[in-house]
Design a protein around this ligand. Sequence first.
Ligand SMILES: [Zn+2]
Length: 287
Amino acid sequence: MLVSAAEMLKKAKAGHYAVGQFNINNLEWTKAILQTAQELNSPVILGVSEGAGKYMGGYKTVVGMVNGMLEELGITVPVALHLDHGTYDHCYKCLEAGFSSIMFDGSHYPIEENVAKTTELVKAAHEKGVSIEAEVGAIGGEEDGVIGMGECADPEECKKIADLGVDFLAAGIGNIHGKYPANWKGLSFETLDAVQKLTGDLPLVLHGGTGIPADMIKKAITLGVAKINVNTECQLAFTAATRAYIEAGKDQQGKGYDPRKLLAPGFEAIKATVKEKMELFGSVDKA
Ligand SMILES: [Zn+2]
C-alpha cells in the first residue's frame, strides 16, 4: 500500500540520511526502482512529473500500475507516489487519482499567492492523509519546459511557507535540474544552513540530484536535506546501456529484438544507479 512521505522523511531527518525520489517514465523504470528499494530494504519515493504522467496514460494509470506492482511484486518497504512540480490544478487531479504525496510548485507566483494556494492545498492534501511539498526559490535548469535560473531561496520566505503546515520544503540553493554546467558554482550551504535554522525539524528537499558531487550531497544531508530528487541520472544510465546493446548488434542476434531483451540492459542500469544513490544517501536498511 502506498504511504504518505511525511513519516519516512521525518525519520530520515532525525536519522541524518535522505530518501531518494526517483522519477518514473514507464513500467520498466517503476519496476527497477521498486525492486531495488525492496532488495536494499530502503524507503523510496516515486516521482511523477506532469509530462511523465501524461506520457504514461494519465495519473490513474500510474496509480493502478504502482499499486499492482506493490502487491504482485511483494514490495513491503515504504513507497510514496509523489507528483513532482505540480501546478495547482494537477495537485487536485493527483489527490483524486490516489497519489500519496504531492508537490505544489508555487515558486513562480508572488509570495502572497504562493502562500494562499499552498494553504489551500495543504488542507486538501492532509484531509486525504497525503503529504505535500512546497518550493521557495526556483530550481535552475529545465524540467518539463519550466526554466529557472538556480536562484537561492530567501530563508524568511521559506519560514513563511514552512509555517503553513507543508510536510517538506524544497529551497533553491543553487541547484539545477538536468546536467550541471562546467562553470557551476556549487551548492550554497550558507543558504541551506540559514533555511534550516529557521525551519527547524522540517525535512528539506534537494532537487536536481544528478551530478552533484558526493561530498556536497553528504554535507547537504548534515544540514537537514532528507529528500533528494534523482531523474536525469537514471535517464542517462538507461540510454547508455540501450545504446551499447544496439551498437553491439545484439538486437539482431536470435530474438534480441524482443523488447523484453532490448530493454533489459537499461533496466539493470537503472537498478545500479538507484542502488548507488541509496547507498550514498544512507537509506539502505532504513525501511
Ligand atoms: Zn525539481
